[in-house]
Design a protein around this ligand. Structure first.
Ligand code: URP
Ligand code: ZN
Ligand code: ZN
Length: 484
C-alpha cells in the first residue's frame, strides 16, 4: 500500500510521456505502474502529471543595495510559486558590502524558515569578495549546500570588477560551485543614462534606451572570457538579446562550461509596454530591459535549439506605490525607479500556453526548461523528474483550462501584474511537495513551514569539457604552475 496514488494521468518527463499511476510513500515516488491502489488517491484522468516546477531565479524577502524590500516574503512568494505549478524555488540571498556571507545566509534562513510552503534553497549574491569571503566563507557556504554564487557586472553598489569576478569564479570552480552573472556593461549604461536625463528624457520608457543591447553583449562576451580563463562554470542569467544568446551558444559549441537562462518577460512583453502614460511604464522596468518583437522571435529560436538550459521568471516584486516603484515620488527619473517585475506564478502557465499549446516547444522541452534542467544544473538531486526514489514533487496540469490573467489570481503581494489580461491555456490544478498537497483543485492546502531548505550538490559538468587556456597550461606555458 502507498500513502497516496495519482491515478490514470499522463506522466510527462523531460524525455517521455505515457499513461501510468504513481504510488507515493513517505514523500517519495515509490512505484510507477498500472492498477496501483491506496486509500488516498488523486484522479488525474485527462490531466498531465509533471515534475513540479523549479523556479530558480526569483527575488524573495530581498533588500536592494539602496534598501528597498521586495514585496514578497517566503510565505507569499512560495504560495504564488505553488499556484503557478512550482514545488521548489531558489531565491537569492544577497550579501551587501560590509556584510559577511555566513551572516547573509543566517539572515535568509531566519526569513525562510517556517514561512515557505515549498522547498527552497538560495543562490548567494556576492557583492563584497573580501579575502575572508573567498578563503573561508564561500567554501563554508558551499558546505552548507549553497552551491551557486551570483555576481553583478553593473549596479554601482553591487558590481564586482573583472579581477574580483575571476577570484569568485576560481573559488567556485575549485569547489564545484556554479557562478551566475548579471552581465551588462555598467559604464555604457551610466554614460547613456546621464545623457538622457540631462536632455530631459526621464520617463520610464527611456530605461530601455539607457540599456543598449551592446551593453549586454559586451558584458556577456567579457564574462564568458573570464570564465574561460578560470576554466569555471558560468550561467549567464536573464539573457535578453539575440547577440547575447549567440555568444552563449558559441561558447557552448566550443565546449566551455557556459550555460544560459532567459526569462518570461523577454518572450511575452516588449519595450512598447514601457511606453504608457505617466509613470505606468515603471511597472515594466527591469534590467536588462524589455526589447522588441524580433528579439522575442530570436529568443524562441534559442529556446528551441537548446541555447538556454533554464527558463525563469526573475520575479522581482516592487509594488506600484511608495513602497516600490514610486518610492522616489511621482516625478522620479527612470534612474531612480526600482528595477524588476513580478511573474513567479505565471512563468509556467505562460510558457505552456505560448510554447506548448502554440506548438513552439514540446511538452518534454517544457518539463526540461521548467524543472529538470534547473534540478540538474543546481544540484537538486531528488527533484526535477518523475522516477522511483525521487521526491514526490509533482504538478498536475489541466491542459485545456483557459483563464485570463488577473492580479488577484497571482496570490503574491503585488498590486499589479505585467501580464494582466493575457489569455492562457493550460493551468496547474494540484501541486504536491514531497507527497503532501500544497495546492489542490485551485485551493491552498499546505501550511507555511511545510517547505524545507534543500542542501544542493555540486554542478555536474559532464559534457562540458572546458580546458585550460594556453597561458595557464603548464604544457604550453614554459611549465609555470599557478595556484587556482
Ligand atoms: O530588473 C531586475 N531583473 N531586477 C532584479 C535583479 C536582477 O538583476 O536580477
Ligand atoms: Zn540580474
Ligand atoms: Zn533577478
Amino acid at each position: 500500500m502507498f500513502d497516496l496514488v495519482i491515478k490514470d494521468g499522463e506522466i510527462v518527463t523531460a524525455c517521455d510521456r505515457y499513461k501510468a499511476d504513481i504510488g507515493i510513500s513517505e514523500g517519495r515516488i515509490a512505484a510507477i505502474g498500472t492498477g496501483l491502489a491506496a486509500s488516498d488517491t488523486i484522479d488525474a484522468t485527462d490531466k498531465l502529471v509533471l515534475p513540479g516546477g523549479i523556479e530558480a531565479h526569483c527575488h524573495i524577502a530581498q533588500e536592494s543595495a539602496t534598501g528597498g524590500m521586495t514585496s514578497d516574503d517566503y510565505r507569499s512568494g512560495s504560495i504564488s510559486a505553488a499556484f503557478g505549478g512550482n514545488s521548489c524555488f531558489v531565491p537569492f540571498a544577497a550579501q551587501h558590502r560590509g556584510m559577511g556571507v555566513t551572516e547573509t545566509l543566517d539572515l535568509y534562513d531566519s526569513r525562510a524558515q517556517g514561512s515557505s510552503v515549498i522547498d527552497y534553497g538560495y543562490h548567494l549574491i556576492v557583492a563584497d569578495p573580501t579575502e575572508k569571503v573567498l578563503t573561508e566563507e564561500l567554501p563554508a557556504a558551499f558546505q552548507r549546500g549553497v552551491t551557486s554564487f551570483k555576481v553583478f557586472m553593473t549596479y554601482d553598489l553591487m558590481r564586482v570588477d573583472d579581477r574580483q569576478f575571476l577570484d569568485i569564479l576560481s573559488v567556485a570552480a575549485s569547489h564545484g560551485a556554479l557562478t551566475m552573472v548579471h552581465a551588462e556593461n555598467s559604464g555604457m549604461i551610466s554614460w547613456v543614462s546621464d545623457r538622457l536625463v540631462a536632455a530631459g528624457h526621464t520617463q520610464p520608457r527611456y530605461h530601455a534606451v539607457s540599456h543598449p543591447a551592446l551593453a549586454e553583449s559586451e558584458a556577456i562576451n567579457r564574462a564568458i572570457s573570464l570564465a574561460r580563463l578560470a576554466d569555471a562554470a558560468l550561467l549567464i542569467v536573464h539573457v535578453s538579446t539575440p547577440e547575447g544568446a549567440g555568444l552563449v551558444a558559441d561558447a557552448r559549441m566550443a565546449g566551455a562550461k557556459i550555460f544560459g537562462e532567459t526569462c518570461s518577460q523577454y518572450l511575452f512583453l516588449t519595450r512598447h509596454d514601457l511606453d504608457r502614460p505617466g509613470m505606468e511604464g515603471a511597472k515594466f522596468m527591469c534590467s536588462p530591459p524589455l526589447r522588441d518583437e524580433a528579439t522575442q522571435e530570436a529568443l524562441w529560436r534559442h529556446l528551441q535549439a537548446g541555447t538556454f538550459s533554464v527558463f525563469s521568471s526573475d520575479h522581482a516584486p516592487y509594488r506600484y506605490d511608495e513602497t516600490g516603484k514610486l518610492a522616489n515620488g511621482p516625478d522620479a527619473t527612470f534612474k531612480q525607479i526600482a528595477n524588476g517585475m513580478p511573474g513567479i506564478g505565471l512563468r509556467l502557465p505562460l510558457l505552456f500556453s505560448e510554447g506548448v499549446i502554440k506548438g513552439r516547444i514540446t511538452l518534454q522541452q517544457f518539463v526540461a526548461l521548467g524543472s529538470t534542467n534547473a534540478a540538474r544544473l543546481y544540484g537538486l538531486d531528488k527533484k526535477g523528474s518523475i522516477a522511483i526514489g525521487m521526491d514526490a514533487d509533482i504538478a498536475i496540469w489541466d491542459p485545456k483550462a483557459t483563464r485570463t490573467v488577473t492580479v488577484e489570481d497571482q496570490h503574491d503581494n503585488m498590486d499589479y501584474t505585467p501580464y494582466d489580461g493575457m489569455s492562457v491555456t493550460g493551468w496547474p490544478s494540484t501541486v504536491l511537495s514531497r507527497g503532501a498537497r500544497v495546492i489542490e483543485n485551485g485551493a491552498l492546502i499546505a501550511e507555511p513551514g511545510h517547505g524545507q531548505f534543500v542542501a544542493r550538490s555540486r554542478i555536474d559538468l559532464t559534457g562540458h569539457p572546458g580546458g585550460k587556456v594556453p597561458e595557464l597550461d603548464p604544457v604550453t606555458n614554459f611549465g609555470a604552475r599557478i595556484a587556482p
